[in-house]
Design a protein around this ligand. Sequence first.
Ligand SMILES: [Zn+2]
Length: 480
Amino acid sequence: MRYETVIGLEVHVELATKSKIFCSCSAHSFGAEPNDHVCPACCGMPGMLPVVNRRVVDYGMKAGLMLNCHINRTTTFDKKSYYYPDLPAAYQTTQWFAPVAVNGLVEIETSKGKKNVRIKQIHMEEDAGKLVHDIREDTTHVDFNRTSVPLIEIVSQPDLSSAEEVEAYLERLKMLLRYAKVAECEMAHGTMRCDVNLSVRPEGSDKLGVRTEMKNMNSVEAIKRAIEYETARHIDALENGTEVLVQETRRWDDIKGKSFAMRTKETAGDYRYFPDPNVMPVVIDDEWFESISATLPEFPEVKKARYTEELGLGEYDADQLTKSIALCECFETAYEACGSAKDAANWMISEVMSILNARKMTYDMLDINGRALGELIVLVSSGKVGRANGKKILAAMFDDNTILPEKYAEANGFIVSNDTGLIEKTVKAAIEADPKAVSDYKSGKEKAIMSIFGKCMKELRGNCDPQVLRKILIDTINNM
Ligand SMILES: [Zn+2]
């Protein structure tokens, strides 16, 4: 019998707000001591009163709009019973009855073509703290820095059917949320986490099989491996009766390459959701809604079409540039400053992106000044600075984004000299030092002068228009 896999994802994304969801503690505790960023509210002290961080709702709304969701204009928070020491209030404040966004749609593309994945809902909630187990002392410590850091959970419908589709879906979410600048979405940093709900059924059947939920995958590769393992386990159970499938939560062990039962799956009833009387309902009026809609970025496809149709870029160039919002913004500012979309795109793709690759930086880590890049492009295209020296200036701009290219070029002797006397002198000395190349050239080996050309360029520190140098060199030899 042939089987098909049915997959739904619950993706937790940490929002990039400065402060936590219900208090003013910093949401960023990288490098901080444990429990440095805590207060009575995020520690769940009796009598504390949470206040909703408006920016969290802004970001939740933005995420919803990026994923084509309907925004609930009255959105409320609920308590989810949760008895575990990493959340000291013994409940998690989340959204159950009226999440911020519902009924969305995300289009993905795989080797099999395009497909729509329906989004059931996006809800805002607080993260839990961290437990640190100390084996030597046989104790467990708790760090509340992460408690109440704002998350959104993006719940998809079970519309995915393979590891490839899951990868495409996660990449798409990451791209859209980064375009909107609401989240980093980096699995390696824990700012994006993903639980996989999976079941298997005979191909063509419309009845869902027994579903398991897998947790603890720390990379897209691990998610793909987990999906493949779990699919095979389900099919084996159905086909050969190796085990009885039960609805449960399983932990993925990437080193062993296996999933292990953690607990039988809780149902919504087990969480005893009820409206949190401490948190006022959030009413999103027209003004607020429109102020957020107005800040949405162009979608990657819209940008790409604009780059090719309006700016005249090739398909490949437009595709490369729209890979990240940081690349788009740098390109657009550089284009504005230099006036040539083609030049700006060339510099972005052949120089900027290769420095990013060489420095093992992601495209989103780009932090150079686009205006300065535009200035640099003009310096090089007008012949004021040689291309090789232009690249050196660009590399310096990666180290210090306050550098002004022209000033930097002047200070470092990178301005092309129009002093033909100096060029002639340099050429003469180089010719005298290499009579063999000259006689080779005169006997018809045109390429023989390239070494003299190179030596002159080096001597002039690249500050010479190559056309001018070439002409002076040839003229001098011909006149000998
Ligand atoms: Zn706090």
